[in-house]
Write a new protein. Sequence first.
Length: 528
Amino acid sequence: MSTAYDVVAIGSGHNGLVAAAYLAAAGKKVLVLERNAWFGGGVVTRELTVPGFKHDQHSVGHIFIQANPLIRNDELGLISKYGLKYIYPEVPLISVFDDGTTLSLYRDRQRNYQELAKFSQKDAEAYLKFSEIAAHYLPMLIGTLYSAPVPMGAQFAMMDQSPEGREMFATMMKSSWEIITDWFEHEKVRLHFARMVGENLASPEELGSGISLFMFLAFMEKYGIGIPVGGSGALTAALIRCIEDHGGEIISEVDVSVIETKSGRATAVQTHDGRRYEARDAVIGGIHPHLLRGYLQDAGVAPHVFERAERTTTSPCACITIHASLHEKLRFKAGEHVDQAAFIELLPVSESRFRRSFDDVRYGELPKDPLLALASPTNLDPSRAPAGKATMHAWAYVPFEVGNHPAEYWDEIKEAYASQLVERMSPYFHNLTNDLIIGRHVDTPLDMQRTSPSFQRGDLHGIAGHQHQFGSHRPTPELGRNTVPGVERLYLVGPFQHPGGGVFGAGRAAAMRVFDDLKMNFSKFNKA
């Protein structure tokens, strides 16, 4: 049995849904197929513990999508028509140190100056200059994020034409830690900014991470962190409403096995249970580069395209996440002001312990000093739990394979290790005991890979953000502009494509490529 559509999208991750929504809004007959029983990929809210408690299984805050014209200009009406609403806390991030002190990152530059001055007047003054540079970089960075990337050679050649461009190039090549230690002297200030950039699933000492420090800071000041009312999955729900409102269909529990091609063009998809869906205009695939060959075995793609895709590397920093439903809200010893932060970083007052935690993970060891962070979304959005109750979303970096054990070892140790992490967190709170927890759900790196093929080896960003997997070379030079050489009308989306992992709404760039190939006018969506 075969059913015909204009566009068939494989996977309902938010990037695929964004691309599908633009095409549906342009009048195309769109179908989205999802292998899971739920929609959204990494942007999903589920009752993971007990009924009545909504947990964001993966993404919690939406940062980089805030500058995307999809949201900034409400191009598809997700906000004005389809019910998406964000809360923007004045404190996107706070560092809570093990000595009880805190350092908040505000959206207001002057308040950040005052916060830093509590620890170092010199660092506070340096911050004003630093943040000004970040703000100067931001328009250039935003200009590259939401459309197909500029070819790498052209980008570097352009940067080499001016002193400012060469300085920016140098920043891109340096590590965040090198930049932080050049600018700031106080240990807590250094840790504060290093942990912020460490949320990018990489050690701040990773060469090539320097520009992310400026980008994170500039985004935090200008846009903050968007907390979707009702849960991260509210973005997914709004996109689905948009697609369905324009006549599109979204079907769960349909696992695609093969993309059919004819005369070098993607024409249909087949599922494992024998169904076939024709795609007259395009196939959009949320397909990890490690898995691409399996979908295109008979498509005539040059072998080196698959070989290079399969050599893409994931981050050593995989995630373990603890979701908990709580009898009451967490009470921080550091004070109630911590409650109003979106992300809360629990930090040792020790640069060496902080840095070695990343080293342990890189060597495949459970860190001796795990770096723990958490969110308690019900502090900002009480609708996610019954009255008076609360939720906790805590995470730490761990290796995909522990020591010499296979990844399946996580199934044996995950509950015990999660209990150890909760015990490590408890000194920061007045009330974090077993009696506080109603229910708990733990996702290990292996669980994440099982949940979504995009999260190979537990990498939330699909693949690592190394410089050789950046821009138009993400995931590879052949696949870096959302297409597959040798297969027309197949467009790739996902965290492993430019601009990277996180909630970017990057399916917009893939949609623009489809519009160009179909000689359609994308500019009608631009409401700026």
